[in-house]
Write a protein that binds this ligand. Structure first.
Ligand code: FMN
Length: 144
């Protein structure tokens, strides 16, 4: 069974909601999921052994949260080249975080990314639940 690691950074819980829905989509597709708040990860060795990596942060003042920036430097040492990747985040109007995380995973780590980052204002509106679950399924589809 493929293994996925989802790491999220959130202030009011919206990005965690999206993370949980992506996890559901992965689990529907028989992928085993580990879900972590970014503050729980202390060393790059904790990133070893997964097939799919999905990183997310909400956007504040045009940027991802600082703790996600710090995490991305840690993840640079984790040898994620060629692994399947995706990125996501809740946002209000501009949503830079998800795209910057996505581009870091693609260009710096050399990961095998899904088509685009997932940006959602709130998981609960505009079909967000289905869209986030579908993102999980898309990620899973690359692992089989
Ligand atoms: C002080 C502040 C600054 C924000 N700056 C941005 C921004 O620059 N661009 C944007 O798209 N959303 C911005 N937002 C909206 C948040 O990204 C949005 O509320 C998001 O749902 C929060 O998700 P979280 O609960 O996962 O942290 C801002 C919100 C606050 C309170």
């Amino acid at each position: 069974m493929p293994q996925a690691l989802i790491v999220y950074s959130t202030r009011t819980g919206e990005t965690r909601n999206i993370a949980e829905l992506i996890a559901e989509g992965l689990r529907f597709s028989a992928v085993e999921v580990t879900l972590k708040d970014v503050t729980e990860i202390k060393r790059e060795t904790e990133l070893a052994g997964f097939d799919i990596y999905v990183f997310g942060s909400s956007t504040y003042h045009g940027e991802m949260m600082d703790r996600m920036k710090t995490f991305l430097f840690l993840a640079e040492r984790a040898e994620l080249k060629g692994k399947i990747g995706g990125a996501f985040g809740s946002f209000g109007w501009s949503g830079e975080a998800a795209e910057r995380i996505f581009n870091t995973m693609k260009n710096i780590y050399g990961m095998d990314m899904v088509s685009s980052p997932l940006m959602l204002k709130f998981s609960s509106i505009d079909g967000g639940i289905k869209v986030a679950q579908a993102y999980g399924k898309e990620l899973a589809g690359k692992a089989v």
